[in-house]
Design a protein around this ligand. Structure first.
Ligand code: HEC
Ligand code: HEC
Length: 206
């Protein structure tokens, strides 16, 4: 006989099966074997044709309010797919897309983008770059790395489009993105002028 707790276990297993931890493990296994890794990159490349219209064919975004995916850490990318799919992070486009990507596709796409090169950009407010650098090394480098290239679950920020950085930091500050994010308390302390300076600096970084 089917009992209510069997249903619960089923739901629980489903949630765990698509969990970031499991996907990260898949990614590590694919990376461990050169032939499997090559195949994952090929499959990833085939799957991102649509993504390129917004995120750029080479993963360097073609719109200042859309993030680059090139050089991003696979961990962070996988976590974002989870966040969008679960509705912890909201975006009309990305929530739908994340839900139609299988676990395997998410892993292949994350591996594919992580090995493309992100290019630095010109700031619209170059006069704030120096102040941004000062703020960055004091408040952010400890997690995002001295070069802002990210590490594991800490995203790369270098070269991200300036408007995307500003919008994102404002969203964290106002509690509009992932309410349990470690970025909430960090962003809460930033003035709008700090956000401008940090974004000006980060967009110019290689
Ligand atoms: C119609 C435009 C559009 C398309 C197509 C699109 N995206 Fe996005 N994507 C966005 C926007 C806009 C955001 C930023 C959402 C926000 O502000 O939180 C985003 C964010 C992301 C992020 C989070 C990046 C970060 O730095 O946090 C990932 C990962 C991502 N997209 C992957 C994909 C993949 C993979 C595809 C293809 C399957 C895709 N996107 C297709 C517009 C698009
Ligand atoms: C305690 C570690 C920590 C510190 C300090 C920190 N961050 Fe973050 N940051 C994270 C993590 C983890 C994420 C990804 C979490 C998420 O998406 O909720 C993130 C995400 C971000 C994002 C979103 C990236 C994207 O592609 O969407 C931006 C922008 C950002 N941080 C900027 C900053 C800036 C600027 C500072 C300094 C003022 C800073 N962070 C300090 C841990 C940190």
């Amino acid at each position: 006989m089917y009992k209510w707790w069997m249903l619960l276990t089923g739901v629980f297993n489903m949630a765990v099966a698509s969990d970031s931890v499991v996907l990260l493990d898949m990614a590590k296994k694919k990376m461990a074997d050169p032939a499997t890794y090559e195949q994952a990159l090929r499959l990833g490349e085939d799957r991102v044709v649509l993504c390129g219209y917004c995120h750029g064919k080479d993963g360097n975004s073609v719109r200042t309010y859309i993030p680059n995916l090139a050089s991003q850490t696979p961990e962070y990318l996988i976590n974002q797919f989870e966040s969008f799919a679960r509705g912890e992070r909201e975006s009309p486009v990305m929530s739908k897309l994340a839900n139609i990507l299988s676990d395997d596709e998410r892993v292949n796409i994350a591996l594919y983008y992580s090995q493309l090169k992100a290019e630095p950009r010109m700031s619209q407010q170059p006069q704030h770059v120096a102040e941004g650098e000062r703020l960055y090394s004091g408040k952010c480098a400890v997690c995002h790395g001295v070069d802002a290239n990210g590490n594991h679950a800490m995203p790369r920020l270098a070269g991200q489009p300036e408007d995307y950085l500003m919008n994102t930091l404002e969203a964290f500050k106002e509690g509009k993105r992932r309410t349990n994010s470690p970025m909430r308390p960090v962003a809460a302390e930033l003035e709008s002028s700090d956000i401008q300076a940090l974004s000006a600096y980060l967009t110019t970084q290689p």
